[in-house]
Design a protein around this ligand. Structure first.
Ligand SMILES: *Cc1c(COP(=O)(O)O)cnc(C)c1O
Length: 407
């Protein structure tokens, strides 16, 4: 049986197959980069146009009240909450992941006076490490990095906060959130989880593991659009003591009292800084609604099935690439990463064939499997293209090997 006929059987039996139509994807493309920029839901086109025409064009400033603009950050946060095991009042959609990291690292440091160390791991997503460095430059933090096997022993009485990305952006390796949260708490430290590569793809139980804080991205699996607002989670037990440093007027308990003195909102709204980006939030809400409708459990199940099938297809074609993601599907997020010295050229050759994955320096070919809109036929096609690219050596062609600036 060919991978293609196998794929047809799997697609016919796939309870999520109908969801592909709810997204607009370019004809003929196999999109394996939904972990970097999620695809466009069809409903977003009309939905955002409606916000422009009716809410902005006609409603004008009245829409802050009439169209629920004020409540949008908390309303969307409440919709993200069940995807990550949080209570509806513990999550808010605001700012970027980077800015939310800054606010929550600083807040955690303020809650652990006498401790300055923020512990993370080398190779964590750059912005996470840079945000710690920024607070270090302000004299507020000390950055400590330990390899993942060494994290538990690096947790001592100087550590205020453990900051980790749940699913690693490059390898897809997934941390044991429960065990690490427990270890941090046992050392008297708080925990901040970056869920950018997990939310909407992998089940997460923040309250089940008693996490303190989390951040995550709106434009990856949540399909909120390029630069979509991010989200922040603060466990309810910390709301009363939360001192985040970006004390803008939208985080005030009564923004329209126009008081000279700051008094933070009592709940998660305190995480806000300035006026929320309504157009970005409108697109994010539609993406979140769609992902929530499908449900994380079904998405995760399909994501594992897709990646296992992709590996089986590679095996069928005799492709033996070095897999840097965990081989067990329950130890990784929704992606597979392969190491090859010519990963850049291979990635470019695949893109020229319509298989859109990405390259992560220096030698990683990263393929994301966004389960909401990919099919098993996509897996079979992508694996066949990859086999052909490797066998033909077309990745050596000069147009695929011009190393431009890669973001
Ligand atoms: C994508 C990603 C971010 C993105 O941060 P921005 O502020 O939106 O640029 C942060 N952390 C991780 C782990 C990511 O994967």
């Amino acid at each position: 049986m060919t991978p293609e006929s196998r794929a047809a059987e799997f697609d016919a039996a796939d309870p999520l197959s109908g969801y592909r139509e709810r997204f607009t994807l370019p004809q003929g493309a196999v999109y394996l980069d939904g972990n970097s920029l999620g695809a466009l839901p069809r409903a977003t086109l009309e939905g955002v146009c409606g916000v422009l025409e009716r809410q902005w064009g006609e409603g004008l400033i009245r829409s802050w009240n009439d169209a629920g603009w004020f409540e949008a950050p908390a309303r969307i946060g409440a919709k993200i909450a069940p995807l990550i095991g949080a209570g509806p009042h513990e999550v808010i959609a605001c700012d970027s992941t980077s800015v939310n990291l800054f606010k929550l690292i600083a807040a955690a440091l303020a809650m652990r006076p006498g401790r300055k160390v923020v512990l993370s791991e080398p190779g964590n997503f750059p912005t996470d490490l840079y945000m710690i460095a920024g607070l270090e430059a302000q004299g507020l933090a000390t950055r400590r990095l330990a390899e993942r096997e060494r994290l538990a022993e690096a947790l001592d009485e100087d550590v205020a906060l453990l900051l980790l990305t749940h699913v690693h952006y490059k390898t897809g390796a997934m941390h044991d959130m429960a065990a690490l949260t427990r270890a941090a708490h046992a050392a008297g430290a708080l925990v901040l989880w970056d869920l950018s590569h997990s939310t909407g793809a992998v089940p997460i139980d923040l309250n089940g593991v008693e996490a303190d804080f989390a951040v995550g991205c709106g434009y990856k699996y949540l399909c909120g659009g390029p630069g979509a607002p991010a989200f922040a989670f603060v466990a309810e037990r910390h709301h009363a003591h939360l001192q985040q440093p970006l004390t803008g007027w939208f985080g005030h308990a009564a923004p329209f009292a126009f008081s000279d003195d700051y008094a933070g909102a009592p709940g998660i709204e305190r995480m806000q800084c300035g006026t929320p980006p309504i157009l970005g939030l409108a697109a994010l809400e539609i993406g979140v609604d769609l992902i929530a409708e499908i449900g994380v459990a079904r998405l995760y199940e399909k994501s594992q099935a897709l990646s296992q099938f992709f590996l089986a297809c590679l095996g069928h074609h005799g492709v033996a690439l070095e897999l840097v993601s965990p081989a067990r599907s329950d130890a990784r997020g929704s992606q597979l990463s392969f190491r090859h010295p010519e990963a850049y050229g291979i990635c470019q050759a695949l893109i020229a064939r319509g298989v859109i994955g990405d390259f992560r320096a220096p030698d990683i070919l990263r393929l994301g499997f966004a389960p909401a809109y990919l099919t098993f036929a996509d897996m079979a096609a992508a694996a066949r293209h990859l086999a052909e690219v490797l066998a033909s050596g077309e990745w050596q062609r000069p147009e695929f090997n011009r190393r431009a600036a890669v973001t």
